[in-house]
Design a protein around this ligand. Sequence first.
Ligand SMILES: Nc1ncnc2c1ncn2[C@@H]1O[C@H](COP(=O)(O)OP(=O)(O)O)[C@@H](O)[C@H]1O
Ligand SMILES: [Mg+2]
Length: 244
Amino acid sequence: MPNEAPAIKAENLTRRFGKFIAVDHVSFEVRRGEVFGFLGANGAGKTTAIRMLCGLLHPSGGEAWVSGLSINQDSRKIRQRIGYMSQKFSLYDDLLVEENLDFFAGAYNLSVADANKRRDEILKRFSLEEVRRRLTKSLPLGWKQRLALGSAMLHQPEVLFLDEPTGGVDPIMRRNFWETIHGLAAQGTTIFVTTHYMDEAEYCHRISIMNYGKIIAMGEPSKLKAEFGLPTIQDVFVHLIKGA
Ligand SMILES: Nc1ncnc2c1ncn2[C@@H]1O[C@H](COP(=O)(O)OP(=O)(O)O)[C@@H](O)[C@H]1O
Ligand SMILES: [Mg+2]
């Protein structure tokens, strides 16, 4: 049953930098169409983990599969199948909004016809039509964030990796962004999203909480709160960190 296979599976995924272990034997599965939140404080190892899953950084140990492809063996294929919105947006500030989309369409090898079609779809879906001829650097952060997400999904990836997509964005924009993400998941896209905003756990179907490279809790936000008898994920996080 291919549809039952997890969209992402990690087994003891590990990354060392010298003697320092940034990601320490991390294991989890993400279902197709799931919004999986990868929570942790700054320095927990979120970006290092996401870069390994995207096939951009070799693991020191362990294995992971994305859409059934091994990150150790098929990293090139994985990079074509996924969308990745990096923590530092990869947009070109000196290009127009529509030129950024054209650039990424080229990077994903879309035909001219497909590129034009997808560009117009993305501009519409993310309410960017009115700014399509504006310089990217002139956009407010929340708009850039939408453009960065749109750029990451021009090629209609099965799995989207979003690294702190809401960092520095105001609460209303953050909420809108999460609504967009849920719309994508409802259509079958798998979303792996990192955040250090503990309140954003509530927007995720399931979360894991990472601390110093290790996953210290995982599950549905409501179940985790019930398990620890605490009202918020922020409280659960603080409780776990104190115990660690
Ligand atoms: N290339 C690198 N060389 C050495 N240490 C690194 C490197 N990349 C990340 N680290 C360290 O690994 C830890 C985890 O970093 P990172 O994955 O960026 O965490 P997060 O994204 O959760 O903030 C940090 O202590 C960071 O300094
Ligand atoms: Mg990071």
